[in-house]
Design a protein around this ligand. Structure first.
Ligand SMILES: [Zn+2]
Length: 83
């Protein structure tokens, strides 16, 4: 069950390099990257924001939010892990 308080408390922010993130595009033209949520051992997509400056997504099981800022010199993990 989604718990907003928990989700806010567990926001994870990172800086990533878009190229290294291996961005993909879905059938509707939205940009996304693969995201592994360590909290619930589940893999899902997180989508780029409308402004294009970050990827934002939620764990589909517990609602933990992850926010990846896009910028040079960021992390280059294939998958990002929400703690
Ligand atoms: Zn979770």
């Amino acid at each position: 069950m989604f718990n907003l308080a928990n989700a806010i408390a567990r926001v994870e922010s990172k800086i990533i390099d878009t190229e290294m993130a291996k961005e993909k595009t879905d059938s509707e033209g939205r940009k996304y990257i693969g995201m592994y949520f360590k909290c619930c051992n589940v893999y899902t997509r997180i989508y780029k924001s409308r402004l294009g400056d970050r990827y934002v997504g939620f764990c589909p099981k517990c609602g933990a939010k992850v926010q990846l800022m896009i910028g040079a010199g960021g992390v280059n993990d294939r998958f990002f892990i929400a703690k």
